[in-house]
Design a binder for this molecule. Sequence first.
Ligand code: SF4
Length: 479
Amino acid sequence: MTVDVHAGIMDRGLKLFGMIEKLQGVPSDEELEGLLRLLPPDSRENIGALLAPEMREAGLVFLDMIRQWMYAARDARSLSPKKKVILVPFNFPPDLVHLFESAVPLTTEVLTTVAALALPGGAERYWEFMQSLGLPDHICSANSVEVASLLSGKDFLPDAIISAAPGACDANAKVHEFLSHYQGIPQFILEKPVDDTPEGKAFYSRYFRTLIRQLEEFTGESLNEDRLRGVVERGNRCTELYWELFEYRKMRPCPVPNLFTLFLSPVRFCMWGTEPGIRTLEAMVDTVRRLHEAGVYPAAEERCRVLWAYTSFYFNVSELHRWMGKKGWSFLADVLSLYMPQPIDTSTMDTMIDGLVTAAWEYPMNRQMGTSSMSRAWVADMVWAAREMGADCVVHCGHDACKQTWSVVSILGEELMNQAQVPLLVLHGDSWMKTTTPITVIQQEMEEFIGNVVLGKKRTRRKVRRRRPKSTPGPKSTP
Ligand code: SF4
């Protein structure tokens, strides 16, 4: 029997974000409490965490960015001329869709995160619907939750799909392909060659340019150099702000609120190269500057600096990011927020397209998993980040679909210890599904690990240091 999802993620998300639009200015604590009471309990805690007093202004700008992104897709077909809605995965630059006046991007994994974080019942009802169609339970929730919503016939369907995961993640590529066939939505494929040589990069550049031609044909619009330059220049401004924030992330204690790692990813995955994307990053930098100058940190002292090797947990951010902050554990970054953007040369059309090709090549997951050697690429990034940000430990949360990370996580653990003297905690859980491993279990495992291994190690640091092998240099490709 097929499970009924009742309504799609987009419709339900639009209602929720419509409430944000009604807010006039930054609400006081009392006003916010009144607003949160209107929300179901599941949404209340997480939305409340995003609007915590010390980061409320930036939280509102962030939520408004998500609202504008969803509204753009909602309104696309009622405009004259109509715009096309193009579904993209998280490992693809949305800037390429923003380049077209007649198209808007929607990102699969960000919509799944909206469901997990803000909608009553979370991602589970869509996940169960997916299983009821006969799909296995070892597919990736990050994308299949939103895809289930689209398969249900109760959600807003895109006009086309860009599948950018072939070469980086089969689970992601296949579920988008299934959606394409099931709902008859055209799919444009951008394959990443698993080949880091100049030949592999040349193939990718050719595929990327073919995709641009396909989008020109699909939208009936030729790429316009001025519009391209505008998007790239705004993307370059985002890049500047990203690195400004990165410098703050290196400070001790880290003045960046733990939840800002969560804000960084949707900026890159949905609104890079747009004014709302810039405003969100500016609001984050302003907040961090103010907190740093005032010496504000959520706990009496910073006790542990934690780096996440891949994704973290999104279904209960008040009990992860906020909880960590209160314990004095700084959440430095996860792989989704560690996207290391580079400025793009705006001299000519070709330099700008080349810059977008490089950006797409280096997107999260492409950069670590779509390479000649997953272990080498992942280790290089994590060792570099652990050293650069002064991490005391790294946490990897893996789920059943992510076979590629499971296949190399033991190498990651060994190399982090050898090269950066940082221990790795491996958790089994699902970032979007609270029923796989409840957040209380995650908390307990982190408490035991940080208390016994990390803080215990700090106490015996001198003794341990004598037994450590020499460290090796970090990656050359990272800034
Ligand atoms: S790499 Fe893992 S988390 Fe990312 S899309 Fe693939 S299966 Fe999902």
